[in-house]
Design a protein around this ligand. Structure first.
Ligand code: PEP
Ligand code: MN
Length: 333
């Protein structure tokens, strides 16, 4: 059960609600986010929900029996959106594009990609500075100095930044230089990291794990929300299957299913989803048609020279064509 408290609830009224919950034998966790103040209550005993709903200080109350609750559409039926400021909004009818290289490589590279984004009216740039790589000998990112440079160039051009955070200790050093923290597929169930990202007032995009179920992704999102951060979106980036003809199996089904189960924005990552440049635009468009609230994809001036994921990265011309197709498609939907 979720109880939403009134903004100006008195201490005495809150105590009465807690007393009522104790009487029915429910365990309660209080959650304060940027937008609301909730009590998440867990218990099995039968009771008349009107007894809670009629208490002073209660704004709304609803039974949600799934393992995830605050992120559930059973609790909030309307689409949520994330406001990154300066008119950049994701979700609830605002289809968002996020594009950029797999890895941030140099100031010159960032400047060229920023120019490409500006020409195509893309407001959010992706790019990793802390890179999870299968091989320890591969390029592992420019680190915090790279992020500061990335931030400087983007800020000068009014572009927002999304970049991956890999561990708890990086959150504070990255905090002032990011607009959206990305949780990568490999960290989708790093619960300590999720707990801490729930305590910051910055948007978070959490990717589905390589072998993660939709239910597990929603429970991971619940970790962040229940720690107080509801500026949250989910990302389908392909799962690992028996198929070897492409890098990952982009689970198109996940888009409508997630949209049904959660009110949070759902983003598609076709670059990692299929891993083959030629097919990224089609998968991106398919995700839009399936109901995604946005697409994050990899773009580079010279993909063949990229330090990571060049094989799935669009060049500027391919990216421009994709943006045009998104526009045409959005008029049809
Ligand atoms: C990335 O976005 O470059 C990345 C490493 O993604 P994922 O966590 O989906 O593999
Ligand atoms: Mn990548």
């Amino acid at each position: 059960m979720i109880i939403q408290l009134e903004h100006k609830i008195t201490v005495a009224d809150k105590a009465k609600i807690y007393a009522a919950l104790e009487t029915i034998g429910y365990k309660t966790t209080e959650v304060k986010t940027q937008k609301g103040n909730y009590l998440v209550c867990i218990g099995k005993n039968e009771f008349d929900i009107r007894l809670i709903g009629s208490l002073p200080g209660v704004e709304d109350v609803h039974r949600v029996s799934d393992a995830y609750k605050l992120v559930s559409r059973k609790w909030k039926t309307t689409d949520s959106s994330i406001d990154l400021g300066d008119g950049v909004t994701i979700g609830d009818g605002n289809f968002a594009l996020m594009a950029g290289p797999c890895s941030i490589e140099s100031e010159e590279q960032v400047e060229k990609i920023v120019a490409h984004l500006l020409e195509n009216n893309i407001k959010i740039m992706r790019g990793g500075v802390f890179k999870p790589r299968s091989s320890p000998y591969a390029f592992r990112g420019m680190g915090i100095d790279g992020l500061k440079m990335f931030h400087k160039v983007c800020r000068a051009n009014g572009i927002k930044i999304i970049t991956e955070v890999m561990q708890v200790s990086q959150i504070s050093e990255m905090h002032d230089y990011v607009d959206v923290f990305q949780v990568g597929a490999r960290n989708s169930q790093n619960f300590n990291l999720l707990d801490e990202l729930g305590k910051v007032d910055k948007a978070v995009l959490i990717k589905r794990g390589m072998s993660g179920t939709i239910d597990e992704l929603l429970q991971s999102a619940e970790y962040i929300f229940s720690n107080g951060n509801e500026k949250l979106m989910l990302c389908e980036r392909g799962i690992r299957s028996y198929e070897t003809a492409y890098r990952n199996t982009f689970d198109i089904n996940a888009i409508p299913i997630l949209k049904e189960k959660t009110h949070l924005p759902v983003i598609a990552d076709p670059s990692h989803g299929i891993g083959i440049r030629e097919h990224v635009p089609l998968i991106a468009l398919a995700a839009m048609i399936a109901g995604a609230d946005g697409v994050i994809y990899e773009v580079h001036e010279k993909p063949e020279e990229a330090t990571s994921d060049g094989q799935q990265t669009l060049n500027f011309m391919e990216s421009e064509m994709l943006v045009k197709k998104f526009k045409v498609q959005s008029l049809k939907v």
